[in-house]
Write a protein that binds this ligand. Structure first.
Ligand SMILES: *[C@@H]1O[C@H](CO)[C@@H](O)[C@H](O)[C@H]1NC(C)=O
Ligand SMILES: *[C@@H]1O[C@H](CO)[C@@H](O)[C@H](O)[C@H]1NC(C)=O
Ligand SMILES: [Ca+2]
Ligand SMILES: [Ca+2]
Length: 583
């Protein structure tokens, strides 16, 4: 129902509804509702000691850069103790810092510096699995009952020739069987991800409590929340519902490759109902800590799923869940070939499905997906940042997207990501490898882009860093970095912070959207392709007269302050603009 009808109706019929609709707009927003979350991949951000690997001291030394961007919070990918079979997503001690990244003291110093700068620190919570080299797993192998029950063990199935096979046909996300045999116990354990990541048994209350203690441990240190990894994989089906034997998953029909994760339809290992209850329980832990120190903690959940499933993470109407179930439409629903209408459809999706009292969030990149400049082309970097930073809701930026970093080339020999290595395919590994989007951050034109003084960095620095880096962009008048900073400032304007939103696809290439509140109206126009157009922006209500250019993408020849007639605005190929109604 359009809002104006709802307002009118509620005014006449339901005064309480009327109040509700407005209370939402006027309410003072909390820190997490207005900030930009900047994702740091610690291994690649800044190396302080010259071993070629990013670390906590490196991050601490560059926190001012976040301030410069206008970012108020950072989410750090895992920096916990780990043997690094999946680069930190295989945690061997959830209560400690990984030695390559530093010490607990370094972490405490990072927290102190962040507090000084008023930057919130959000950590990564990896609840689905631990490491095969954790004390917990080692104790389990030794037959220590408590820890044995932390994991999921099943008997193999013997065929007529006496050969042992895994308990079910389930595949790992990283290919091949999700079961690994351990002679020590004579059983298979489940690992939905790499062999080194044994899944935890969430049907064991000790596991549930242990993981809550992990949350409490870091939240008590003042951490402002968690991004929750791979949450959809938390629970597997309960075998008691299947006569005590876990069922095989049905074939998907999408691929003939039996080792591929896509070979199966994951009805028994993903999106199980118990998952949402666990998320709500974690939120209760967040609230318990917030009550002590007054800081609202925020939870982001990683789910690539339908909007109907994604919205369940917000809560069920009675219990609260995550404030930010990630909105991945910019990653999963659109690409360089999408029409403006398809982009509009994707952008509207989360806004359409989200509960009225919750905020949307916008994510265009992360450590698991090719970089924006590579997916959409460098000319769209500023346009995508306009979408992320100026649509209603919370903005999330993966480090480097503010300068338009591109994927690095990582040879087969240099490939370290298990997702790439497990393909055993020196030609096509690139499609699966996540190394290209994890190459070191590009600070300057110096050796290793200023990331490290080492002779060899853990991943090679991307080509072209000599001209594509923070220092160069800081000092050039038109740069992605400066566009980003301007957008970050602009988003604090009431029209973007509280204002409404309307969008239109003018044709297959041009998307425009309007953000406005009582006093201000802005129009953002993005041309996704190289053709030129003239568009009539008076299509939008109350948009007439002259429009002032507020931001342009770096390829644009228009200048900030230029005035354009709203009824015939010339848009050059791949041009992105933020315009303000002047009258
Ligand atoms: C843990 O798993 C990894 C594979 O992910 C394997 O290379 C390693 O040997 C395993 N460690 C132990 C102690 O079994
Ligand atoms: C975009 O279209 C081109 C030409 O049809 C095709 O080669 C390319 O694979 C497409 N890219 C994506 C991401 O769909
Ligand atoms: Ca280092
Ligand atoms: Ca699991």
């Amino acid at each position: 129902m359009p809002l104006f009808i709802m307002r009118t109706l509620s005014f006449i019929l339901l005064p309480t509804l009327f109040l509700f609709a407005f209370a939402n707009n006027d309410r003072e927003l909390e820190w997490w509702e207005t900030t930009i979350f900047y994702q740091i991949y610690p291994r690649s951000f800044m190396d302080s000691d010259g071993d070629g690997i990013g670390d906590l001291k490196g991050i601490t030394s560059r926190l001012e850069y976040l301030k410069e961007l206008g970012v108020g919070a950072t989410w750090l990918s895992p920096m916990f103790k780990s043997p690094m079979y999946d680069f930190g997503y295989d945690i061997s001690d959830f209560y400690d810092v990984h030695d390559e990244y530093g010490t607990m003291e370094d972490f405490d110093n990072l927290m102190a510096k962040a507090k000084e700068l008023d930057i919130k620190i959000v950590l990564d919570f990896v609840p689905n699995h631990g490491s095969n080299e954790s004390v917990w797993f080692e104790e389990a192998l030794k037959g220590h009952d408590k820890y044995y029950d932390y994991f999921i063990w099943e008997d193999g199935v013997e065929d007529e020739n006496g050969v042992l096979h895994p308990p079910t046909n389930w595949n790992s996300v990283f290919r091949k069987s999700a079961w690994e045999y351990r002679e020590e116990v004579g059983k298979y354990y489940l690992h939905q991800f790499v062999i080194g990541q044994p899944d935890f048994n969430y049907r064991n209350p000790d596991v549930v409590e242990e993981m809550k203690n992990v949350l409490r441990f870091w939240l008590d240190k003042g951490v402002a929340g968690f991004r929750v990894d791979a949450i959809a994989h938390l629970f597997e089906v309960n075998k008691e519902d299947f006569g005590g034997k876990l069922p095989d998953e049905p074939l998907s029909g999408w691929t003939d490759d039996p080792e591929s994760y896509d070979y199966l339809n994951h009805i028994y290992t993903k999106d199980q109902e118990e998952t949402y209850d666990m998320v709500y329980q974690w939120r209760e832990v967040f609230e318990e800590i917030s009550k002590k120190d007054g800081l609202t903690r925020v939870m982001m959940t990683e789910i690539y799923a339908s909007p109907q499933i994604t919205m369940k993470y917000f809560g069920d109407g009675e219990r609260e869940g995550a404030q930010m179930p990630f909105n991945f439409v910019l990653i999963s629903d659109i690409n360089i070939n999408s029409t403006a209408a398809e982009v509009k459809y994707a952008l509207d999706k989360f806004l359409t499905f989200k509960p009225i009292d919750k905020l949307a969030n916008w994510v265009a990149g992360n450590h698991d997906n090719n970089r924006v400049a590579t997916r959409f082309g460098p000319k769209l970097v500023d346009g995508i940042n306009m979408i992320v930073l100026l649509l209603p809701g919370i903005a999330v930026t993966y480090m480097g997207e503010e300068i338009g970093m591109v994927d690095g080339y990582v040879s087969w020999e240099d490939t370290v990501d298990p997702s790439g290595c497990n393909t055993d395919d020196p030609i096509n590994y690139v499609i699966s490898s996540r190394d290209p989007e994890r190459t070191p951050f590009q600070w300057s034109s110096e050796k290793n882009a200023g990331f490290s003084v080492a002779d060899k960095t853990w991943l090679p620095v991307a080509d072209g860093y000599e001209t594509l880096n923070v220092e160069v962009q800081r000092n050039s008048e038109k740069s992605h970095l400066n566009v980003y900073k301007t957008l970050a400032r602009l988003r604090t304007e009431p029209a973007f912070r509280y204002g409404r939103y309307e969008s239109v696809a003018y044709n297959s290439d041009i998307l425009a959207f309007k953000r406005w509140n009582e006093d201000e109206t802005y129009i953002v126009v993005i041309n996704f392709r190289d053709d030129c157009y003239t568009v009539d922006l008076t299509y939008f209500e109350h948009v007439v007269g002259n429009l002032e250019v507020v931001v342009t993408n770096i390829q644009s020849t228009k200048e900030v302050g230029d005035l354009l007639e709203a009824n015939k605005v010339d848009i050059a190929g791949s041009e992105s603009l933020v315009l303000k109604v002047t009258q």
